[in-house]
Write a protein that binds this ligand. Structure first.
Ligand SMILES: [Zn+2]
Length: 169
């Protein structure tokens, strides 16, 4: 079974309508983000025809996703809902399903790629896998992006998020 794990961007767009043959899955927290009426009625329709399922990720998948997000430097820009959605994709893959993460959020897509998940970028901007770091514009000091303090521990300047490594995907 091939499952498309979709975020709120995919649910708000008409992407699901344009792909009537696909199966979708998301989390309850993503569903709760959707407020506009046309999207809600699309979701109701997908649920009633069993083309959309709502599931939760495993705890172990959440831990693995958080760790990977820290490694690649996306952790601080991912919301709890984002992390839960990526974790759901990992959980489904571990259950033996073919999975694609459908999103237009570059941090979601970047962490998903780093976890070995297949992705579909709704806006087509995702070209490279990026490892982020914090770099001090004052003294050049580098810290892992997950660092709690955004001030440079060497000179006190506010650090900036910069790509450390890029790899074609
Ligand atoms: Zn510095």
């Amino acid at each position: 079974m091939h499952i498309n794990i979709i975020d709120s961007g995919a649910l708000l767009s008409q992407w699901t309508l344009r792909n009537p043959e696909l199966l979708f899955m998301t989390t309850q927290s993503v569903i709760d983000e959707i407020q506009n009426r046309p999207s809600k009625s699309r979701i109701q329709n997908l649920l009633s025809t069993d083309r959309l399922r709502i599931e939760s990720p495993d705890e172990s998948a959440i831990e693995m996703t958080e760790q990977k997000a820290r490694e690649v430097g996306d952790y601080n820009v991912l919301s709890p809902e984002d992390l839960e959605l990526i974790s759901l994709a990992l959980t489904q893959k571990q259950l033996g399903h073919e999975v694609t993460v459908v999103s237009s959020d570059l941090a979601v897509l970047n962490t998903a790629v780093a976890l070995g998940l297949r992705i579909m970028d709704l806006r087509g901007r995702m070209k490279e896998r990026i490892t982020w770091i914090l770099k001090c514009p004052g003294c050049g000091n580098e810290e892992p992006e997950g660092a709690s303090n955004l001030e440079c521990p060497v000179c006190g300047t506010n650090m900036k998020r910069k790509p450390k490594r890029k790899a074609k995907i």
